[in-house]
Each structure stands twice: as structure tokens, then as C-alpha cells.
Design a protein around this ligand. Structure first.
Ligand SMILES: *Cc1c(COP(=O)(O)O)cnc(C)c1O
Length: 420
């Protein structure tokens, strides 16, 4: 990204042309803020590298499924990658098209398969023989043929956090490499399935291109074998997973990454096939921040704590993966700086957002937690009966509430007590 959509102007953090301090004032905290320009810029990096090539980009909905975010991508002509019937409903509500949507995920329910077949999704990315059987049965019952791709597990090390590495033999995902050929033969023999492609997804927050090239080489080797068995493979889906800069990581530029992968596929003699990408984090991660207010400063013998109004319920990544997010004061102030652990109000020691951060803040000040656009709001919960944060999208000098802050009464609206 040339110039961040989130930058300081006269010592105050801005989202595009809007002061983050005024957003917090107007909409309260904790508050997710997205930048339309940053979403668009990331999309364009993928789209321009794919222009003139046989390549299509499907936005991984799970990274950020807010309707306004999906709609920004839909207006730019994006396809989508979903992992549930709920996500399909969101894509359609946001103006996306089923025929540009691929359905991933390791445990699809029969109802979700029915919903997706009725809507006419482009492809089911299937991960096991029992899932093929179920899809074949559902398609037969509906008198349809389901387009399928098999997710193969290339057994490569994506060199990322173990919880977000998905392409190793020890992961639950995909068909084992050794079983792939036989599984394709089984799929081809099922009368209500139409084998159209092959896919893989080796992990997330990958900051090197080498694991992708290793995966591509292995997948292409399989494609040759599968076609020898008389099964045609029209597209190769290389998954998502490209990393972003949270701290000092140096992932490849989106355009360089796309071109390197496409060039490799072409060089291996597979340039006539359509290539799909399924990026999530690299499209939305740096297009969002989480604003939070300092409630108390709590100095201690061993540690100082900055207790803020956001929590692991708003941003789970630090608690879940010990993930790093840069944290900065929204307004640069001339007060003494101290090292703080930034923690939330939830009753868990795991409720932290940043550790050992040098911050010049006082109670009541605002902090911005950066790179919160991916796996941020979507992973939020109501633990401790905390209403989920509001989400705002900035477009130039305008700010729009794209999800209202939850109210406590909504949180137990579906609950009932036993009769007297
Ligand atoms: C999560 C996921 C993605 C997106 O991953 P990112 O790391 O966010 O790019 C793409 N495809 C599949 C199958 C996924 O599960």
C-alpha cells in the first residue's frame, strides 16, 4: 500500500479524510472502522495482476463478512469463497452472485448443500469421500449435477502459526495427497457430480511465496495423473493465505505474488487452465482498525496495565493465536510514555490485546488497534454479555454506520425461563 488509508494529520489519526477521534466521539467505542479506499486498493492489486490472464479472484468471506465490505467487492466484480450457508446468504444480500461463488469447508450440512445447489454456486470444494457421497445424494434428490473440485492436501509447510497452517498431513483439511487420484476416480463415477477443478489452501498469514510454489508443483503433478485417468480438470484453485504486515513481516506484494504463481503454472504447461485465488486477510486486514478507549491505567510492580473498553470478545486474535496488532494513541499527546500491557475488561487472563507497548496515554484517551479488518469483528462474541461493537465504513470524507452497535436486550431476546 503506497500511503496508508489510516494516517496521522496534525497528530490525529485519520481514516481517509475523517478523524478517528471524531468517529469515536460520534459512534462510541469499541468501534471497527474500515476504509473503502483501502479495500479497493487491495482488490485492484489482485485484479490488475490477473488482467489478461485466465485468473479469477474469490474474496474469502470469513475474513470479514460485513455486508458493506462484501458489497464494495461485489461492485468491483469480485467472486466469493464461502464456508457456510450463512455466508452464501450474506453474499447474495450484498449483491454478489452465486455463479461467481465457490463453497469451501470441511463439514457442509445437507441443507447447506441444497441451498447452494438451488442458488447455483460455481463449485463445491469437497474434502472427503463421505462429503462427495452426501453431495451426490443431495444433487440426485434435486435432479441436478453439482460442480465439484477436490481440496487436496499437498503436505507442504506454510511456515505460519500452527493454528492457521492447513496444508500439513496432520491437519483436518483436504484429501491426502496419496489418496487424491483414487478420490477423483470415485468422484467421476458419481452420476450427479460434475468434476470441474482441483483446489488447495495451505494456511494463512503466509509471508513467503515458496510454500505456494511447492504446493502448485505438487497439485500440477496430480492434475496430470488425474487427467491420465480420463477426468478433466478445468480450473486450479490455489486458495488464499497471503500474509500482511502486522509488525515487521515482509510478505510479497499482492501483484508480485499473483504473477509468480500464474507464471509458474504457465511454465509448467498448465497455462490453458483457469486459476482461482481465494484471498481474505490480504484484501481486508489492513483496511480496518479497532478504536478503543482507555478506562484505567493500573501501574504494578511487574507490569503496568492499560485497561481498555475493547476485549478479546471484540478482537480474539491475540488471545487465540498470540497475534500481534500494532497499537497507537489516536491523538499524539505530550504526556509521559510508559510500557503497558493493553488488556480488556473480560474475566480471563487471556483477555489481552497487546503486550509491552510503549504508549503516551492517560485515562480517557483513545487507542487504535491496527490491522483489525481481517478475522476481527467476524470472530467477536458476546461472552460476559458484552454487546458487539459497531462497524463504520469511511469513504473519503463520509462515514457510514455499516453495523449498528448491539444492545444488551438483543443478547437474551431468544432466551426463555422455565414455566412457574
Ligand atoms: C480461510 C480461507 C481462505 C482465506 O484465507 P486468508 O488467509 O484470509 O487469505 C481461503 N480459502 C479457504 C478454503 C479458507 O479456508
Amino acid at each position: 500500500m503506497t500511503r496508508s488509508a489510516f494516517d496521522y494529520v496534525d497528530g490525529v489519526l485519520h481514516a481517509e479524510g475523517v478523524s478517528a477521534a471524531s468517529l469515536a466521539e460520534q459512534f462510541g467505542t469499541p468501534l471497527y472502522v474500515y476504509s473503502r479506499a483501502a479495500l479497493t486498493e487491495a482488490w485492484n492489486a489482485y485484479a490488475s495482476a490477473c488482467a489478461g490472464r485466465r485468473a479469477t479472484v474469490h474474496v474469502a468471506v470469513k475474513a470479514n463478512s460485513n455486508l458493506a465490505v462484501l458489497n464494495v467487492f461485489a461492485r468491483l466484480g469480485a467472486g466469493f469463497d464461502i464456508v457456510s450457508g450463512g455466508e452464501l446468504a450474506r453474499v447474495l444480500a450484498a449483491g454478489g452472485k452465486a455463479e461467481n461463488t465457490v463453497f469451501s469447508g470441511v463439514g457442509k450440512h445437507a441443507d447447506e448443500m441444497r441451498q447452494a445447489l438451488a442458488a447455483g454456486v460455481k463449485c463445491f470444494n469437497v474434502e472427503s469421500i463421505p462429503e462427495l457421497d452426501r453431495l451426490n445424494a443431495v444433487a440426485a434428490e434435486m435432479g441436478k449435477k453439482a460442480p465439484v473440485s477436490l481440496r487436496v492436501n499437498p503436505d507442504v509447510d506454510a511456515k505460519t502459526h500452527p493454528y492457521i497452517s492447513t496444508g500439513l498431513k496432520s491437519n483436518k483439511f483436504g484429501v491426502a495427497f496419496e489418496d487424491a487420484r483414487a478420490t477423483y476416480r470415485a468422484a467421476a463415477a458419481m452420476t450427479h457430480l460434475d468434476v470441474v477443478g482441483i483446489d488447495c489452501h495451505i494456511g494463512s498469514q503466509i509471508t513467503e511465496v515458496a510454500p505456494y510454489l511447492d504446493a502448485v508443483d505438487k497439485v500440477l503433478e496430480l492434475v496430470d495423473q488425474i487427467e491420465q485417468d480420463g477426468v478433466k480438470i478445468r480450473h486450479i484453485d490455489v486458495g488464499g493465505g497471503l500474509g500482511i504486515t502486522y509488525d515487521d513481516e515482509t510478505p510479497p506484494e499482492i501483484g508480485d505474488f499473483v504473477r509468480t504463481v500464474l507464471d509458474r503454472i504457465e511454465a509448467c504447461g498448465h497455462g490453458h487452465r483457469e486459476v482461482y485465488f481465494e484471498p481474505g486477510r490480504s484484501l481486508v486486514g489492513n483496511a480496518g482498525v479497532l478504536l478503543t478507549r482507555v478506562e484505567f491505567l493500573k501501574p504494578g510492580a511487574e507490569k503496568n496495565f492499560a485497561i481498555v473498553d475493547a476485549a478479546m470478545t471484540d478482537l480474539a486474535r491475540p488471545a487465540m493465536y498470540e497475534a500481534y496488532h500494532a497499537i497507537e494513541a489516536v491523538v499524539k499527546r505530550d504526556v509521559p510514555a510508559h510500557v503497558y500491557d493493553v488488556v480488556g475488561p473480560v474475566c480471563e487472563s487471556g483477555d489481552w490485546l497487546g503486550r509491552e507497548r510503549l504508549l503516551a496515554v492517560e485515562p480517557g484517551d483513545l487507542l487504535a488497534i491496527r490491522s483489525a479488518g481481517a478475522y476481527g469483528f467476524v470472530m467477536s462474541s458476546n461472552y460476559n454479555t458484552r454487546p458487539r461493537a459497531a462497524e463504520v465504513m469511511v469513504d473519503g470524507t463520509q462515514a457510514y454506520v455499516v453495523r449498528a452497535r448491539e444492545e444488551v436486550k438483543q443478547l437474551f431476546a431468544g432466551e426463555t425461563i422455565l414455566p412457574a
